[in-house]
Design a protein around this ligand. Structure first.
Ligand code: COA
Length: 112
């Protein structure tokens, strides 16, 4: 979070952190580095709220293109990101370890 361009938000329920998102902006591009919602708190819109908040922050920072990598087998996250306007633009073989797996690259354009 101390690195240049880092943007991070948490979601809370009754004062306890139940989700977080971390992104990084470099010039007019930004990456979603990590997003997670606690299992008990999922499917209630928190992930969507975190993503919308970080996208709004990126928009204010004049970002035009946002991208991310997600494990190929993580269909929940791929569906989630697609619902929020991301489309698949590439695939990186052997990107993840333990277990080894390809990354699906997804991206979206932000309106100016
Ligand atoms: C991906 C993740 C952050 C979504 O968080 P969430 O708070 O459950 O998401 P939301 O409630 O905002 O869901 C928004 C939409 O995503 C899709 N979605 C979310 N969970 C889903 C599931 N289990 N099955 C199918 N679609 C799902 C749905 O389209 C959902 O809309 P709907 O509930 O109206 O159908 C959460 O599942 C998570 O923490 N997963 C583990 C970590 C991870 O994979 N992170 C992403 C990779 S970096």
């Amino acid at each position: 979070m101390n690195s240049p361009g880092a943007v991070a938000f948490v979601s809370e329920v009754e004062g306890r952190v139940t989700g977080f998102i971390i992104g990084r902006q470099v010039a007019d591009e930004a990456e979603v580095l990590n997003l997670a919602v606690a299992p008990m708190a999922r499917r209630k819109g928190q992930g969507g709220a975190l993503l919308k908040t970080v996208l709004e922050e990126f928009r204010m920072l004049s970002v035009r293109r946002v991208y991310l990598e997600v494990r190929e087998s993580n269909m929940i996250a791929r569906t989630f990101y697609a619902k929020h306007g991301f489309s698949q633009t590439g695939k990186r073989l052997k990107y993840y370890r333990k277990p080894e797996e390809a990354a699906i690259v997804m991206e979206m354009r932000l309106a100016g």
